[in-house]
Design a protein around this ligand. Sequence first.
Ligand code: SF4
Ligand code: SF4
Length: 261
Amino acid sequence: MTDSSQQFLNEHQELKAGECFRFACHPGVSCFGACCSALDLMLTPYDALRLRHTTGQTSREFITLFANLMAMPEVGLPMLHMRMLADARHHCPFQRETGCAVYQDRPSACRTYPLGRATQRDAEGNVVERIFMAREAHCHGFDEGTDFDAAAWMHDQGLEPYNQANDRYMALAEDLRAFETLTGRHIGQKQLGMAGLALYQPDEFQPFLAQSGLMDRLDMTEARKQDVLGDEEACLDFGYDWLELSLMGHTEHLQPKNSKR
Ligand code: SF4
Ligand code: SF4
């Protein structure tokens, strides 16, 4: 759980399973766009990948123009934040009078609002989520609309692939934290640099994988290797597996070639 999601939990009311709220957000609401400035907007690796679908940029161009690279507290895992404009209201760079210029690929936090989602894993490793609701004075979306419970809202906003991918990011951070506490070892700068490449720069990780032969040393099918080299989402998924293996020495998803499980 990040500091910002922990803060969200502390300040907002929890939405119980099945509990409904009424909400609508569209260009006709009087507050349209009021929530798209001065934000501390974390971009998960999947958020950044999806945003680049719309901007058409390389990861390097995207980071240079739109993001600040930060480190996740305690574990130091690379984490991007959207860089707000330097205008008087610190608008999001994608805000337009007509709405969000990257609407189809907008980040998970924008999709989830007015809800917030916090996750933890139980003893069996299953993701347990808690949902919170922000009722902020500037937001008039509660005055009209359709009744949603949390699950219906997540579905309506296309959040399933985001939540699935983001859960891996949070699980990696949680595992690293536990690993460092247990072993007293810390992830070095070089490894953190590789983590940044695997998580936020799949377009550069792919040629690295092709040239280094790294995948040839892993127990992977040829079909998966081709997928990883040709599809950025598959590459990000592999990146999580590889980071778990290389940083902590084991993962249930990937083994070195000829290893005895
Ligand atoms: S990405 Fe779109 S929805 Fe999110 S803050 Fe920027 S303009 Fe608003
Ligand atoms: S403040 Fe609320 S209703 Fe207004 S644009 Fe933002 S999310 Fe929509």
